[in-house]
Ligand binder design. Structure first.
Ligand code: FCB
Length: 477
């Protein structure tokens, strides 16, 4: 029997190689970053001004959130090749075989549309070569929250032309790097971009708009991003580049504050739909969840997605789904689902920077993707944490037991789902390095590697060494 099993899988592998010209993919272990959070060099090599350059430098956005102006102008200096080569060497030391990073649209097409900046393309070409030379599979996020400010000034995703502007940029990227990069990501976390960050940023400005109306008005932008995602997937497939393209969603399964309280359970279910179903259903089932449509009919009746748009999205499914899992959305009955109230609910005694530590919800989500969404290939493209006061240097070392415990437990639950048939292909920690954490600036450290922001010195934390052991233990998965 055993003998038969072996020869069967050998045959399958052989068929794969002969028919598809592909070897079985290894399980990917890695870390993730995003351009604005790590690169710095905000005016180097002809880079244009981006939305986040503008928000941090001109609006001074972190002043409102952390009481101090901070920017990604220098960040952790990773645009600099001397610096990033040392950083890639650390990933090699970690035993990783994948690295997820993003490209900066404002470097590649500084004015958003029009002339392409060859210096930026050459830079990323070199980076991709260096990543490959370090034995790392590049997972390249084409768009991670940031884009040229000139496009924001024209309305950004509020403008229907944004789809074409994005397609123009995405096509430059795919054509230039598609031979070497075998995993592209169209977008990162549309929910967080539109319903969380923009909602936060606009809370002051849009006081005159009732909150639920404002919240639901964001749907048009999210829908456009899903159309752009489908168009990018269609284009990628038409180029026959022999790789995969996917999208990354944050997943925050709804969890009742008190599972014995019917109101909490009901609210958690609705919140779950507005965070997860809102994106998973159109991508995999070609429709928005009915409960979301009902609220849209009430608060944003102008949102009328056409049947052909939805069919187009479902027809151009991603080859893989990237999921960023940090925590479930813990919800109380009185919370409005069209708000960010859930972010404040955390029953943990010691609270992390990224919500309650409940790794079993990662397992539940992976099983749900298997059961309800056709078991797509899934990569955990972000998972990680930070606790105030934990990341301090003592005798040249950083001891971070809470992060270690978090990572170990999440990996255990994720691998349990894989064992039970979930099609899980990789796991990446957010982040490799402490970096610029958007509206929180440099106040939240989430890296496996400590960064001294003044000197740019790197010190691997204890969690780096523990993650290294985990990777070693599961090699060959
Ligand atoms: C995610 C973002 C990532 C990082 C982590 C902590 O929402 O994708 O850039 O900020 O949160």
């Amino acid at each position: 029997m055993k003998q038969r099993k072996i020869s069967l899988s050998f045959l399958l592998l052989l068929t794969n190689i002969l028919v598809f010209g592909q070897k079985k993919q290894p399980f990917y272990w890695g870390v993730a970053t995003a351009a604005y959070q790590v690169e710095g060099a905000y005016q180097t090599d002809g880079k244009g001004e981006s939305k986040w350059d503008f928000l941090t430098n001109k609006v001074g956005i972190t002043q409102f959130t952390i009481g101090e102006k901070q920017t990604g102008n220098v960040a952790i200096n990773m645009y600099d090749r001397t610096q990033y080569l040392k950083d890639l060497a650390l990933l090699k030391q970690l035993g990783a075989n994948a690295y997820r990073f993003s490209l900066d649209w404002s470097r590649i097409i500084p004015d958003g549309t029009g002339a392409v900046n060859e210096k930026a393309l050459a830079h990323y070409d070199q980076l991709i070569d260096d990543v490959l030379a370090a034995g790392l599979e590049p997972f390249v996020t084409i768009y991670h929250f940031d884009y040229p400010v000139v496009l924001m000034q024209k309305g950004g995703w509020g403008n229907p032309a944004m789809i074409d502007w994005y397609m123009n940029y995405a096509s430059v990227v795919m054509k230039r790097f598609g031979k070497k990069v075998k995993h592209f990501i169209t977008f990162n976390e549309p929910y967080i971009e539109f319903f969380l960050v923009e909602n936060m940023l606009h809370e002051q400005e849009n006081k005159h708009i009732p909150p639920k109306e404002y919240y639901m008005s964001q749907m048009q932008k999210a829908h456009r991003q899903l159309i752009a995602n489908a168009k990018a997937i269609e284009l990628y497939h038409s180029l026959h580049l022999k790789g995969q393209i996917g999208i990354v969603l944050n997943v925050n399964p709804g969890a009742a504050w008190n599972a014995n309280n019917a109101a909490d359970v009901k609210a958690a279910n609705f919140q779950d739909i507005l965070i997860n179903g809102l994106f998973l259903d159109p991508l995999y089932k070609g429709k928005y969840p009915q409960m979301a449509m009902d609220s849209l009919a009430k608060y944003n009746p102008s949102f009328q997605p056409s049947a052909s748009d939805l069919a187009f999205i479902a027809h151009n499914k991603p080859d893989f789904l990237g999921i960023n899992f940090y925590a479930p959305a813990v919800v109380k009955g009185e919370d409005s689902a069209m708000s960010l109230k859930w972010l404040d609910n955390n029953p943990d005694a010691v609270k992390s920077n990224v919500g309650p530590v409940m790794p079993e919800y990662l397992y539940k989500m992976l099983i749900r993707l298997k059961k309800d969404y056709g078991n797509p290939t899934v990569y955990i493209t972000e998972n990680g944490t930070g606790f105030a006061g934990e990341d301090v240097v003592k005798d040249g070392k950083i001891n971070d037991p809470l992060r270690i415990d978090y990572i170990q437990r999440h990996v255990t639950w994720a691998l349990k789902a894989k064992k039970e048939g979930a099609h899980l292909g990789g796991y990446m920690v957010w982040s490799g390095w402490d970096n610029f954490e958007w509206v929180s600036g440099y106040t939240k450290r989430l890296g496996l590697i400590y960064v001294d922001y003044k000197t740019q010195e790197r010190i691997p934390k204890q969690s780096f060494y523990e993650y290294k052991q985990l990777i070693k233990k599961h090699k060959g998965l």
